[in-house]
Ligand binder design. Structure first.
Ligand code: PMP
Length: 457
């Protein structure tokens, strides 16, 4: 008998409320409303247990890059499970898919990055980052270089190290975080925090906060700077054009490592393989996850540049770090097949040449809506700022309520977008077709209209 029994929506919601504690959820509120049960998916569409078809403008959680329903991934997982469902990579062992995936990732990574440390998620990848940069400086004979500089409102995961590296104050408040040795500088969020400065001026100001922090702490105490190329969970915050060049200038002056968190931007989201290539960055470490398997199985990793990898290898001595599922053979086989599809179907080129220019030109038109203060995007990432007053960027009174209203209207009308405060964000599968982009934008416009009506604007 199969372990999978069919239940009605009401039965599933009751069991869910009785037994299932969801991530990032107000459990009282969820119990009162009942969870939306997503049952199946194909291409860019989801279907819930009530039969509603919903366009997934978030690619799951920024991860289903090749879209839903690719049977090739199911087939390689099935074959690999029969052949070798699990074996560890501790004790001088390896398995073929993990080795092949490490090589394939090195091929698409920037030229100076040739090694991968496998993990099970983006959070675990950033825990690995914390431990690996400290190990690196220990091996370099500089054990005092421990502090990692990160950014307010960055997101690097939800484990203790991940949430500490991240700069989400609500997360810090709930766990006495950050842990020692992690400090945060302001984010390059011009629309929200730029005040009277123009974007370029503000970008320089925000970047120079890094220099000020290094000077304050002393270079001999600073191990690394970590940042997302574009902040995702923080609200698709695209730094002004001056930001990354100024960060590069500062990093060239000091001997500290650059960690670029590619968990969202990696595997084609910006129209390049990695966000680092989009912004011309030379990271020492790149945490990855999500698009690595298009979310079909959980897997993450850290792509390690030659400077750090060669130090670990040449110095020797055990690095006491790793996970049971590091290099999991089934996840690796799925990752490898996902990468084959991305490459052979030239999906990253499709994003750059067709999908991104089309999506960006279409969503730009949403800026004309009376609720919208700014629309911005790069690749297949987009953000819509909701405001009461376009000229002054003034928000509606109850922070986040307009975002939530629009998000709920969207999902009721067949579109998933996410709300971060009063910013609507999108990150659809990379394979989204032009006519599906038209549908996404038409639905978004309609939901903005409905929201404006409800708000009496
Ligand atoms: N880093 C970034 C940039 C992310 O966006 C996320 C997840 N949204 C993570 C790390 C954490 O990944 P995970 O949820 O797989 O632990």
């Amino acid at each position: 008998m199969s372990s999978q029994i069919r239940h009605t929506t009401a039965e599933l919601q009751a069991m869910d409320a009785a037994h299932y504690l969801h991530p990032f959820t107000d459990h009282k509120d969820l119990g009162a409303r009942g969870a939306r049960i997503i049952e199946r998916a194909q291409g860019v569409y989801l279907w819930d247990s009530e039969g509603n078809q919903i366009l997934d403008g978030m690619a799951g959680l920024w991860c289903v890059n090749i879209g839903y329903g690719r049977t090739e991934l199911a087939e390689v997982a099935y074959k690999q499970m029969l052949e070798l469902p699990y074996y560890n990579s501790f004790f001088q062992c390896a398995n073929p898919p993990a080795v092949q995936l490490a090589k394939a990732i090195a091929e698409i990574a920037p030229a100076h990055m040739n090694h991968v440390f496998f993990t099970g998620s983006g959070s675990e990848s950033n825990d690995t980052v914390l431990r690996m940069v400290r190990r690196y400086w220990d091996l370099k004979g500089k054990p005092g270089k421990k502090t990692i500089i990160s950014r307010i409102n960055g997101y690097h995961g939800s484990t203790v190290a991940g949430a500490s590296l991240g700069g989400m104050s609500v997360m810090h408040e709930q766990g006495d975080l950050p842990i020692p040795g992690i400090v945060h500088i302001p984010q390059p969020y011009w629309y929200g925090e730029g005040g009277d400065m123009d974007p370029e001026e503000f970008g320089l100001w925000a970047a120079r906060q890094l220099e000020a922090k290094i000077e304050e702490l002393g270079e001999d105490k600073v191990a690394a700077f970590i940042a997302e190329p574009i902040q995702g969970a923080g609200g698709v915050i695209i730094p002004p054009s001056t930001y990354w060049p100024e960060i590069k200038r500062i990093l060239a002056k000091y001997d500290i490592l650059l960690v670029v968190d590619e968990v969202i931007c990696g595997f084609g989201r910006t129209g390049e393989w990695f966000g680092s290539q989009y912004f011309d960055l030379k990271p020492d470490l790149m945490p990855i996850a999500k698009g690595m398997t298009s979310g079909y199985l959980p897997m993450g990793g850290v792509i390690v540049g030659d400077r750090v990898a060669n130090t670990l290898i040449e110095h020797g001595g055990e690095f006491f770090h790793g996970y049971t599922y590091s290099g999991h053979p089934v996840a690796a086989a799925v990752g490898l097949e996902n990468l084959r599809i991305l490459r052979e179907e030239k999906i990253v080129d499709y994003v750059k040449q067709e999908a991104a220019p089309y999506l960006q030109s279409k969503i730009a038109s949403l800026a004309e809506h009376r609720l919208v203060g700014e629309v911005r995007g790069v690749g297949l990432l987009g953000a819509i700022e909701l405001v009461k007053n376009k000229a002054t960027r003034e928000r509606f009174a109850e922070k986040g309520s307009t975002g939530t209203l629009c998000r709920d209207l969207c999902v009721r009308n067949g579109l998933v977008m996410r709300a971060v405060g009063d910013t609507l964000i999108m990150s659809p599968p990379l394979v989204i077709k032009p006519e599906e982009i038209d549908e996404l934008v038409a639905k978004a416009w309609r939901c903005l209209d409905l929201a404006a009506e409800q708000l009496g604007v």
